[in-house]
Design a protein around this ligand. Structure first.
Ligand SMILES: [Zn+2]
Ligand SMILES: [Zn+2]
Ligand SMILES: [Zn+2]
Length: 342
C-alpha cells in the first residue's frame, strides 16, 4: 500500500479514509490516478482529465470512497459484487461493510500489479464477480467457480474466524487472505489454463490439476496433510489439491508484494520489491525475510502473534517465482498510468 497524505493539509491518510481527520476535508479514492482526492463542498472532484467525479453510491452501505462519473453510480469494485445481504439483514450488512473494505484493498493491489480483471460485462461467463453471503440463515461455502467467488460474511467476525482457524490448525486466517486465495483460482483459470505451455509448467510445480477434487477433499479431511509437507508446501491446505496449492501460493505472493511495498513506502525496508525483473527469490531473500523477521519480532514485542507465521522452503520460493513471472508476463500496464478513468 502506498503512503497517502491529505492534499489540503498534508496529514497522513489511510486508504480507507472518507474524511481527513485533521482538516475535515471530504475525500474520495481515484482508481485511475491511484490517489486520494479532496472533494469540494458539493462532494465533487475535478480530476486531471477535467472530469467531475463524485463518490460511489455505496459510501454509507459499505464505506466505499471510490470516485465515479455519475452521481448514484457504483464504482468498479462495488460493481463486482453480484449478491449482498438483503436490506433487512442488519447483521449481514455490518459484515458486508468489513468484507467490501478487504475487497477494495484486493482490487487496489491487483491494479497495482497490472493483473487484468475482466468483469461480467466484459465476460458474462467467466468474468470476476463476488457473492458476499450472510451465513446467518443458511450455510455458505467459501469458494470459486468460473470467476464467481463466494465469501461467507461470518468470516468478518473475529470470534467465528478464530474458532475456524483453530479448528483447521491454520496459523493465519483473515478476510483479505480469503479474497487473495480465491482470486488465485480465478487467475489460474484465466492466465494459466488458457496457455498449454504454462499449464504444463504449472503441473510440474504444483502437481496435476486433473486429479479428482472430490477425492482430494475426502483424503485431506480424513488423513490431513502428508508427513513432510512443509518441505514443499506453504500450508497444510495447499497439499489438498494442485488447485489449492496454486491459490495458496498466489495469496502469499500478494501478501508479500503488498507488505514489502507498504514497508518500502514507509522507509521500513529497502531491497528489491514487486517490480523486480529478477527471480522472486531475490525479493524473498533480500527484502522479505529480513522484513518478516523484524515484523514478527515487533509483534512479539507487543505480545501479539507473529505477523507472518510461515516458513518459505526453496520449493515454495520456486512456486512464488512462477506466479511472479506469470504476473510480469501477462501483467498489462498497471492501473494508475492514466489508462483507466475513475
Ligand atoms: Zn487534511
Ligand atoms: Zn464503490
Ligand atoms: Zn481454494
Amino acid at each position: 500500500m502506498q503512503r497517502f497524505a491529505c492534499a489540503v493539509c498534508s496529514a497522513p491518510l489511510f486508504f480507507e479514509n472518507s474524511r481527513c481527520l485533521a482538516c475535515r476535508t471530504q475525500l474520495g479514492f481515484h482508481r485511475g490516478e491511484r490517489a486520494i482526492a479532496p472533494l469540494d463542498d458539493d462532494g465533487a472532484y475535478r480530476d486531471l482529465e477535467g472530469q467531475v467525479l463524485r463518490r460511489c453510491v455505496n459510501l454509507k452501505l459499505s464505506g466505499c470512497t471510490w470516485l465515479v462519473r455519475e452521481e448514484g453510480d457504483e464504482c468498479f469494485s462495488c460493481n463486482l459484487t453480484r449478491t449482498r445481504p438483503d436490506d433487512h439483514d442488519t447483521t449481514g450488512l455490518a459484515q458486508f461493510l468489513d468484507a467490501e473494505r478487504s475487497k477494495r484493498h484486493l482490487i487496489y493491489e491487483l491494479d497495482g500489479l497490472g493483473l487484468p480483471i475482466r468483469d461480467r460485462t466484459e465476460d458474462p461467463d467467466r468474468g470476476l464477480a463476488f457473492d458476499l453471503l450472510s451465513s446467518v440463515e443458511e450455510k455458505v461455502v467459501i469458494g470459486h467457480q468460473n470467476g464467481l467467488i463466494t465469501i461467507d460474511l461470518a468470516e468478518t467476525v473475529d470470534s467465528h474466524r478464530e474458532k475456524m482457524r483453530a479448528r483447521l490448525e491454520e496459523p493465519y486466517r483473515t478476510m483479505l487472505g480469503h479474497f487473495r486465495h480465491e482470486t488465485g483460482h480465478y487467475f489460474e483459470g484465466t492466465l494459466v489454463f488458457s496457455d498449454a505451455e504454462l499449464t504444463g509448467r504449472a503441473r510440474d510445480l504444483f502437481g496435476d490439476d486433473r486429479a479428482s477434487y472430490q477425492d482430494a477433499i475426502k483424503r485431506h479431511y480424513d488423513e490431513g496433510a502428508p508427513e513432510g509437507w512443509e518441505n514443499d508446501h506453504i500450508s497444510m491446505y495447499a497439499t489438498m489439491h494442485p488447485y489449492e496449492d496454486f491459490a495458496e501460493t498466489f495469496a502469499h505472493y500478494l501478501h508479500i508484494c503488498d507488505t514489502v511495498d507498504t514497508a518500502r513506502n514507509h522507509g521500513l525496508a529497502s531491497g528489491p520489491g514487486p517490480d523486480t525483473t529478477e527471480d522472486f527469490g531475490t525479493v524473498v531473500r533480500e527484502t522479505w525475510i529480513p522484513l518478516a523477521v523484524a515484523l514478527n519480532q515487533v509483534n512479539r514485542s507487543m505480545g501479539a502473534n507473529d505477523l507472518y507465521p510461515f516458513v518459505l522452503p526453496p520449493a515454495v520460493v520456486d512456486k512464488l517465482d512462477f506466479v511472479h513471472k506469470l504476473r510480469v508476463r501477462v501483467g498489462g500496464t498497471p492501473v494508475g498510468s492514466g489508462t483507466v478513468p475513475a
